[in-house]
Write a protein of this length. Structure first.
Length: 67
């Protein structure tokens, strides 16, 4: 999945079922970037943005070279 594909997916709210998994502190720079994404995609909660970003990262790790 490319970053462009991820950005296209963020244009609509996610309907993927989720479970609460963990709570983790973020580096200040990452928290600021997440806040900026929240402003760009107000239809998403911060949690759904984190979920989408983590899913994208895990997909890239799982299938290197396809991004």
């Amino acid at each position: 999945m490319s970053a462009h594909h991820l950005m296209d997916e963020l244009k609509t709210p996610s309907t993927t079922p989720t479970i609460e998994c963990c709570h983790t502190p973020l580096p200040l720079d990452d928290a600021a970037k997440l806040a900026a994404l929240s402003e760009l995609y107000p239809q998403h909660t911060t949690e759904s943005l984190i979920t989408a970003l983590l899913h994208h990262a895990l997909t890239v790790i799982e299938k290197p070279g396809e991004s």
